[in-house]
Design a protein around this ligand. Structure first.
Ligand code: DGY
Length: 427
């Protein structure tokens, strides 16, 4: 049961999800993001499952229907033509039957599918859908370790900031310097026509985003070549934690569905990943840091990517330390969790992933903290998330100092996370 005062917010969240629902997939928000995005969809399905389980399964199945033959699940599926977004299929040129981008995104599918399966009211329906998705998610997990950890270090690299989902994080600044800007085709940004340019990445960052896309395109999107050919190879602890959690969750799901080989393989991947993650710990910052694989150095940037590992089964002392770091940051901002340490002079409270708070991050971090008994910090994050909605509506992200709505409006995954937070609080 949801408390009556929250039920209006709950109904409003469902309204946002339904208005962005195009039948078999949901756009993150109309205008700014008019196609299907990978991790948006998986997290959106969690919200949908509370009012329509069959629809939630469809959301993830639509995504996996566009998995590449090598196992990669692309970050955007361009289901229908729309010129409101740049870079569109004409820039990516991946040659897929339904156009897709050529890079991937944080693999939250394993986590989402296990959660859908375990909470399902219709168990038979859930088992059918989960069983069909199981080998596809398994293939995606294996793809990561084959293609993004070619030297067997136990951690996978992102080759483009868009893969992390945290496009313009301070984490990438140094490694991004290595990406040239010469020779890119002339282009017109669309994002700044839908959202305040002061909340978005800079022109110089866009030039580099596009240089990488053109570089990978020239290599025919051949994933066996891209890793070594990329001047940008960064190991993001948050991204790896999502993958590790996904592997562990897929293993548990495979056990429940009596698929021992998938269970064993994914359990091994999760264990290897957890052991390797330890090398990214920073005692100075009380969190994990990114590793620049090209230079072999840790990146001195205390971003939310280094707090997210609580979402995976990292050692308990690490997770408790992260809880303390979040408490420390909370004292500096009115709302949590800022995507970058507010004490860092590079912190920008309104600029996308350089400071603003995001409800999806809050949800995953709170989930991990809850699991290790940090219930007070988890509850504070959940409350702060709902306070942001009351304060500013269903925005893409929020200024953690003022609560101001930033980026796109009426945002799908924000609404999905609100449903999740409210259901957790009410049940
Ligand atoms: C964008 O276009 O802003 C996206 O974040 C890329 O996925």
């Amino acid at each position: 049961m949801i408390a009556p005062e929250a039920s209006k917010i709950y109904d409003h969240a469902i309204e946002v999800l339904k208005e962005n629902d195009l039948g078999t997939y949901t756009v993150p928000t109309k205008g700014l993001y008019p196609f299907q995005w990978n991790w948006d969809s998986c997290l959106t399905a969690l919200g949908q499952s509370h009012y329509d389980e069959a629809r939630a399964w469809t959301e993830i199945e639509t995504l996996f229907a566009h998995q590449w033959p090598d196992g990669m699940v692309p970050h955007i599926i361009f289901h229908v033509w729309n010129d409101g977004y740049f870079p569109g299929p004409d820039v990516w040129q991946t040659g897929r039957p339904t156009p897709t981008s050529g890079i991937t995104q944080p693999p939250v599918a394993g986590f989402a599918v296990r959660r859908l399966f375990e909470r399902a009211r219709d168990k038979e329906l859930a088992a059918r859908h989960a069983r069909a998705l199981l080998p596809k998610i398994d293939a995606w997990h294996r793809w990561f370790y084959d293609n993004r950890d070619p030297h067997g270090e136990g951690l996978v690299a992102i080759l483009h900031p868009w893969e992390s989902g945290r496009d313009n994080s301070i984490d990438w600044d140094e490694a991004f310097e290595r990406v040239p800007t010469e020779g890119i085709d002339p282009y017109t940004r669309r994002d700044t026509q839908h959202a305040d340019p002061a909340h978005r990445p800079t022109r110089e960052q866009y030039d580099r985003y596009l240089w990488l896309v053109q570089h990978f395109r020239a290599l025919g999107w051949d994933n066996s070549k891209l890793h070594d050919a990329s001047p940008f190879q960064v190991i993001d602890p948050g991204f790896n934690a999502i993958l590790i959690r996904g592997c562990a969750d897929l293993a548990a799901l495979a056990d429940a569905l009596d698929e021992p080989e998938i269970a064993r393989a994914n359990r091994v991947l999760a264990e290897i990943g957890l052991a390797a993650l330890e090398g990214l710990w920073s005692a100075t910052h009380g969190q994990y840091l990114c590793l620049d694989r090209t230079s072999g150095t840790l990146v001195d940037s205390a971003s939310i990517g280094g707090l997210l590992p609580v979402f995976a089964a990292v050692p308990k002392d690490r997770a408790h330390e992260i809880a303390r770091t979040i408490e420390r940051q909370s004292a500096a901002t009115r709302f949590v969790v800022p995507s970058h340490d507010p004490a860092d002079p590079r912190f920008e409270p309104k600029r996308y992933w350089r400071g603003p708070a995001w409800l999806v991050m809050n949800y995953m971090i709170a989930d991990g903290l809850e699991a290790i008994g940090e219930t007070e910090v988890a509850a504070h994050i959940a409350k702060s998330s709902l306070d942001l909605i009351t304060h500013s509506g269903f925005a893409e992200y929020y200024d953690p100092l003022t609560g101001e709505a930033c980026g796109g409006g009426r945002f799908t995954w924000t609404a999905a996370m609100v449903i999740e937070f409210l259901r957790q609080a009410g049940s």
